[in-house]
Design a protein around this ligand. Structure first.
Ligand code: IVH
Length: 688
């Protein structure tokens, strides 16, 4: 290596200083803009700083750090999201709808801890998605969705694109607890929602339903660039777990502290000592809500003092110390034009309401599920009725019931389930004592189309390009008469190209997706087959236990039932399915076409379970994304910065500062070959 000349060194030094300076300034202006909503400079000045930073970093790529403001969108699209276990469950909230219910909530607390003088903090209840963010050493480490409250999905790369989430906190790391979690709500502003929909309208694309759904969809994008284009926002509303000492004694102190660190908290928060005033505050919000930049569906009321919160505790999944004052659901009256029946992938017939389109709760509703015959009878709704439609903050519109006074004098027919399947005409079957009616015809075209949708869905084999319309087309035109036919589509390329609206790009993408799906692990195939009662949990349990389709097929009912978490009904359904001639033939046909029929040892053993691993530099065998996915799939945790808790650092070519840090902290370094050797030692094999 040649010695760098003095002028090179000087140039480098000044670039390094400039980069630091620009980053500090940009972070400060982000803080002014997002946290304080008091920008000091205009957009063009800000953009100029970003441009300069980008330019210097381009000249000196070795100066780029993951928390540079230029690195919010980084990494390749992911294959899926890893699961994150929340250290402390993410709870939900009980509801109150009026003053009386609020007072009852307060009385319950009083009864429990014999006190009535509470301080309450009231915050708008943002209609978005709950997230959890973990900071370590003053840096954003990872973030996750709420999921089921216990386990969520690792959406770090997507969260990094949200500009109001600080990557580096505004504090000396030594003054902070070593690590802590914050929680908040990600949302899409009404204006952004309008902007996106205008774009979509221009492009002739289907419009998004509402801001909440759009935000949810945006957060779960596999490609962070897509998320970045959606301009999501966040309000942080809670301090979660803290390693070391909790720096605050009340919720309001926590919020003030978080705000001082650069988190965006809701400025419309107010504190009261009197529950009656809380109620008035909530009542007033009902009118003010429409004037906000974002959608809210209520007000959250929290007891401020943390010691009191602890004394009150949690019942089930709801804290006793907090509640949500929910706004009345939005309702509208419209004509029920007809009650029709749809056929699902298992053949179950579901009645649904065909409505005169009506605008309610921010969306236009023209259809609503009616669940089953019993439900229709209970509500006593009939085609021709005027009905009340409700859309309560959530997604699915409901028919509440008929406006009976408007039925008077008209003789409307009581709804009956059809006697034959509306799609294939096969007589409908019904088990005595069960609510469901179903089409028993295995070849029923709609059933097959729905099954293809399910088979290809993200939770099953994750094959893109087989949505509702495409699946129906494939069945209607005879391209697919069984799931296995999907894999024969490449042989029908010419015929597919004759279908209107399908070009060579589309078919090739479909084929590539199908090919990719062949390597999906067994549990996904088990989900995809659509066996009764077999969802994700069950499929994973079966795949983990038996390891291969063959072993599962060889198992007796009792052996299946012996698997942890599987009961007799599920065991029997699985056994029946596998020993049904037609389904057995389907599985054979899928195996013949090259679908993978086993589970990787990762999911069975988790050979990196409990290890926290940092990857730095570039590896030969995998891209950065691939190796991170691999580690996660083997049960390990990947973090961005080296700390004492790091089990080891996988160091490829380059990767300077993390290597140094590891050496300083005495954390083990492994090169690529050593890492592979470790995996192999633990039973990993190259064909994974
Ligand atoms: S506090 C134990 N505060 O509402 C405290 N939640 O029904 C739990 N939400 O999952 C949450 N704004 O997604 C809290 N200011 C706020 C909120 C808020 C919206 C959501 C959050 C949570 C759900 C609870």
């Amino acid at each position: 290596m040649t010695q760098p000349s003095t002028s090179d060194t000087r140039e480098y030094e000044s670039a390094r200083e400039r980069v630091e300076e620009l980053r500090t300034q940009i972070r400060y202006h982000d803080y002014r803009y997002y946290t304080l909503a008091e920008p000091e400079i205009g957009d063009s000045q800000y953009d100029a700083m970003m441009r300069e930073l980008r330019a210097v970093e381009e000249q000196h790529p070795e100066l780029i750090t993951p928390d540079s403001p230029t690195q919010r969108v980084s990494g390749e699209p992911a294959e899926g999201f890893a699961v994150v276990e929340h250290r402390e469950p993410m709870l939900s909230l009980s509801n109150v709808f009026d003053r009386e219910e609020l007072l009852a909530w307060q009385r319950r607390m009083t009864r429990l801890i014999e006190r009535e003088d509470f301080t309450y903090v009231c915050e708008p209840k943002i209609d978005g998605l709950a997230i959890s963010l973990v900071y370590r050493g003053g840096h954003f480490e990872y973030g996750a969705t709420r999921g089921d409250g216990l386990r969520g999905e690792d959406i770090t790369s997507n969260l990094r694109t949200i500009r109001s989430i600080p990557l580096v906190l505004q504090a000396d790391p030594d003054s902070l607890p070593p690590a802590f979690e914050v929680r908040g709500e990600v949302y899409l502003s009404k204006e952004e929602f309008r902007r996106l929909n205008e774009q979509r309208a221009e492009a002739g694309e289907q419009l998004y339903m509402n801001p909440r759904n759009t935000a949810a969809g945006s957060l779960r994008q596999l490609d962070p660039r897509v998320t970045a284009s959606r301009r999501l926002d966040v309000f942080i509303y809670q301090l979660g777990w803290v390693e070391g000492e909790r720096p605050v004694a009340s919720h309001s102190e926590a919020i003030a502290w978080l705000r001082s660190l650069g988190f965006t908290t809701n400025p419309l928060t107010e504190t009261f000592n009197d529950v009656d005033r809380v109620a008035t505050f909530c009542e007033n919000w009902v009118e003010r809500r429409d004037g906000l930049e974002y959608e809210i569906d209520g007000v959250v009321i929290k007891v401020d003092d943390l010691a009191t919160q602890r004394a009150l505790g949690v019942v089930g999944r709801e804290p006793r110390w907090a509640t949500a004052w929910k706004f009345p659901a939005e309702q509208a009256v419209t004509r029920l034009n007809a009650i029709q029946v749809s056929v699902g992938r298992t053949g179950v017939l579901t009645p649904f309401a065909v409505l005169e389109p009506v605008f309610v709760g921010g969306v236009t509703v023209s259809m609503a599920t009616l669940h089953n015959l019993d439900h229709v009878r209970e509500l006593d709704i009939r085609a021709g009725d005027d009905v009340i439609v409700q859309r309560a903050g959530d997604v699915i519109p409901q028919v509440v019931g008929p406006v009976l006074s408007r039925r008077e004098g008209r003789d409307l027919p009581i709804f009956e389930m059809p006697e034959t399947c509306p799609v294939c005409g096969t007589p409908v079957a019904h088990d005595e004592g069960e609510a469901a009616y179903y089409c028993p015809n295995r070849q029923c075209p709609t059933k097959l189309a729905r099954l293809i949708e399910h088979f290809t869905s993200r939770y099953a084999l994750d094959i893109e390009g087989f949505g509702e319309e495409r699946s129906a087309m494939l069945v209607d035109r005879g391209f697919v008469t069984s799931l296995a036919d999907l894999y024969d589509l490449p042989g029908k390329r010419e015929q597919l190209l004759e279908v209107e609206g399908i070009g060579p790009k589309t078919v090739d993408a479909m084929f590539a997706e199908l090919e990719k799906s062949k390597t999906q692990p067994l549990h996904r195939l088990l989900i995809a087959l659509g066996i009764r009662h077999v969802g994700g949990e069950t499929a994973r349990a079966l795949a983990r236990h038996f390891g291969s389709m063959q072993a599962l097929r060889d198992a007796a009912v009792e052996e299946i039932e012996a698997v942890d978490g599987i009961g007799p009904i599920v065991a029997e359904a699985v056994h029946d399915y596998l020993h049904d001639d037609e389904y057995a033939a389907l599985i054979d046909a899928l195996a013949e076409r090259g679908l993978r029929m086993d589970e990787d040892i990762a999911a069975r053993g988790g050979i990196l379970e409990g290890e926290t691993i940092v990857v730095t530099g570039s590896l030969d065998r995998w891209s950065r994304n691939e190796v991170e996915e691999l580690i996660k799939s083997l049960g390990g945790k990947v973090t961005g910065s080296v700390s004492k808790k790091t089990s080891f650092v996988v160091a490829g070519e380059g990767g300077g500062s993390k290597r140094d840090k590891a050496e300083t902290l005495g954390v083990e370094l492994k090169d690529e070959a050593e890492f592979i050797a470790l995996l192999e030692e633990r039973g990993w094999s190259t064909d994974e």
